[in-house]
Design a protein around this ligand. Structure first.
Ligand code: AMP
Ligand code: MG
Length: 345
């Protein structure tokens, strides 16, 4: 038997378009428990058969992902999602109603529902936790893939663990070229940051990870949603283990600065800057690297990760990211910024 931990290396990485031939090739790789980078509307995912222990181990190996960070299962429609949860007990009736209300409003889309797992979900998918995370993606290729497979696929973001999530096929290649055999190029991701993750079990539903959906939208369906401030350990890392790890850091590091500090950097051509349009009006452009992002939260989210990868390629002596507003509309983005810019100590 092959050791799953060595299945990832080394590979000649092919890129194919998100068309019928790409779908056939992706299904072929997945059927033999391989992994494929695929487009979704949030970020590119590294897909593997979600109920196959070996395939999920191959995802972890290709990413270098810590084994205590669970992966999300992707299915093509709501009906395919419910068998993954254990909603049959009376004690789960409220959780079930919450899940159904969320699914009706946000699926297909960038919402991940966490609830008690049914027996079909292997331990390795849940990183040993009693709960499972499930999503119906809106991206047509991702849905067609789940439908063609006729089973869920697991997919964390398609990057080496700890690095920014990729929102283009080229940015997938930046960290996974040579480690996976196939990338499906579906163009840039419409949302640009990961799904919002909501745990429907427990006394109150909890936002485990802020993401592409605004808190305002989520609260319209779940008015008692428990939301904590962005950053590390919003709900304690036991509930959402992904938050335990350093994440999203560009190579070379980055510092988060308030917009008021920008003036002091005006003549410093060695410092690369990522900032909102409204904060850099009139900025001189001789400097090593400047990414000017949209001033609204959705537009900014769409372009943030690609700006981090562009900064890596430009290699400025240092990189600063100008802070964004601290209100609810920016919770998902700020969570990414805080974690991309924390120092390792
Ligand atoms: P990623 O696959 O990198 O988008 O990260 C998935 C994230 O979803 C994890 O890091 C967790 O924060 C959350 N998640 C996934 N599965 C579970 C689960 N079974 N229980 C709680 N949170 C989960
Ligand atoms: Mg990730």
């Amino acid at each position: 038997m092959t050791d799953p931990a060595t299945d990832h290396a080394p590979h000649q990485t092919r890129t194919m378009a998100a068309d019928d031939a790409g779908l056939r090739a992706a299904v072929e790789v997945l059927r033999r428990d391989g992994v494929v980078a695929v487009p979704t509307e949030t970020v590119y995912g590294l897909a593997g058969r979600g109920l196959s222990v070996r395939a999920v181990q191959n995802i972890y190996a290709a990413k270098g992902r810590p084994a205590d960070n669970p992966v999300i299962l992707h299915v093509h429609d709501e009906a395919a999602a419910w068998p993954l949860f254990a909603f049959r007990d009376a004690s789960e009736a409220i959780a079930c109603r919450r899940a159904e209300a969320l699914a009706r409003r946000f699926w297909p889309g960038p919402l991940t529902i966490v609830g008690t797992a049914s027996a079909v979900v292997p331990d390795v998918v849940r990183a040993g936790l009693p709960k499972v995370a499930v999503r119906v993606p809106a991206h047509p290729f991702a849905r067609r893939l789940a439908e063609a497979l006729n089973e869920p696929f697991a997919a964390p973001s398609a990057n080496l663990s700890g690095r920014p999530s990729p929102t283009s096929a080229v940015d997938v290649g930046a960290t996974l070229a040579g480690r996976i055999e196939l990338i499906i190029d579906g163009g840039p991701c419409a949302r640009g940051i990961e799904s919002s993750v909501v745990d429907v079990s427990g006394e109150r539903p909890r936002l485990l990870r802020p993401g592409a959906l605004s808190v305002l939208e989520l609260k319209r369906v779940l008015p008692d949603l428990d939301v904590r401030p962005p950053g590390l350990a919003a709900h304690g890392t036991d509930a959402s283990p992904g938050l335990r790890h350093k994440h999203y850091a560009p190579e070379g590091g980055a510092a988060l600065i308030p917009a008021s500090w920008l003036a002091s950097l005006w003549d410093d051509d060695d410092t690369g800057i990522i900032a909102r349009q409204q904060d850099v009006v009139g900025l001189r452009t001789r400097r090593a690297f400047v990414a000017v992002l949209p001033s609204d939260a959705d537009g900014y989210a769409r372009e943030l990760f690609s700006a981090l990868y562009r900064a890596e390629r430009a290699r400025p002596a240092r990189l600063v990211v100008v802070d964004v507003p601290h209100d609810e509309a920016w919770i998902g983005v700020r969570d990414r910024l805080l974690r991309a810019t924390i120092s390792e100590g």
